[in-house]
Design a protein around this ligand. Structure first.
Ligand code: 21W
Length: 269
């Protein structure tokens, strides 16, 4: 059952197209390409250079360190990319962009294609941004040497959200961040490893109890590791019950604790 309309085009503009080779040869990305779910085409910006040295960069007007990406090769490369994949959205990867996250990945996964422009040096001549760019995206607040890894991250995160790219039992719906909960812990054989046992409930075969244990584990882990996520979500009755149970449990611990500390204080008097 091939669905041609769902093929997503990623056209990548870069001066280092070779960086993408191994990325495209493995795992889910490789399978998505083989199954015609995605198309990834790196274009070498240098091939669109207009001067005799095929220069893609030049010195900044106003002086200063670093080089700027020349506008002419980039504009020609973008025009070519739009010819190849006319319905694509054009994205400039830049530290100044909006921070990429799972919500953006989800909205990108519904598009016909993305043209991903990888900057190098100090980035492109600003005039490229005026008429050629739909959106500027960053992958986080740290400094890279160029946009290629950012492009791979976006291709990776978006591809696995395209229906049919993950294995049958592997579903993107239960992912962390899809519902603002971290994954529960996972265990496999052996039952005993370096003196640590697999939680008993997971061996019980009781699927309701296993489901409840995993939900509770997800909530605990999110509370401990990413409490910011818990504030962004809505809770169903079952989750509220789990949270109330902790409140009671913590309350009990606190009560006992305060008795001990007042005891300590009175001893020190
Ligand atoms: C890094 C380009 C630093 C320009 C002030 C003036 C794409 C990226 C990139 C890069 C500079 C992304 C400076 C997160 C990233 C990317 C290359 C500025 C120094 N400061 N997401 N000049 N982080 N980075 N150069 O770096 O192309 S998405």
């Amino acid at each position: 059952m091939s669905d041609k309309s769902s093929l997503m085009d990623f056209t990548v503009l870069t001066i280092f197209p070779g960086i993408f080779n191994s990325f495209l040869e493995y795992g889910i990305i490789r399978r998505a390409i083989l199954n015609k779910k995605i198309n990834v085409l790196p274009l070498n910006i240098r091939e669109f250079a207009t001067d005799k040295h095929s220069a893609t960069d030049d010195r900044p007007y106003g002086g200063g360190p670093g080089m700027v990406m020349k506008p002419e090769p980039l504009s020609l490369a973008i025009k070519k990319a739009k010819e190849i994949a006319p319905l694509s959205k054009t994205i400039l990867l830049t530290p100044q962009g909006k921070t990429f996250n799972q919500d953006l990945a989800r909205s990108f996964s519904n598009l016909d294609g993305l043209i991903l422009i990888c900057s190098r040096y100090e980035g492109p001549d600003e005039r490229i941004c005026y008429n050629y760019i739909d959106e500027e995206i960053s992958i986080g607040d740290y400094v890279l040497t160029g946009g290629e890894i950012a492009a791979m991250i976006i291709i990776d995160a978006v591809t696995r959200l395209i229906p049919g790219t993950l294995g049958a039992e592997d579903s993107a719906e239960k992912d962390s961040f899809t519902n603002n909960l971290l994954d529960h812990a996972n265990y496999t054989r052996p039952r005993s490893f370096e003196g640590e046992e697999v939680p008993e409930v997971l061996l019980s075969g009781n699927h309701l109890n296993i489901f409840k244990w995993r939900l509770e584990d997800s909530l605990i882990r999110t509370f401990l590791k990413r409490p910011d996520l818990l504030e962004q979500r809505l809770y169903n009755r079952e989750e509220v019950e789990i949270l109330k149970k902790w409140c009671k449990e913590l309350d009990r611990i606190i009560q006992t604790q305060s008795i001990h500390s007042s005891f300590t204080l009175s001893c020190n008097k």
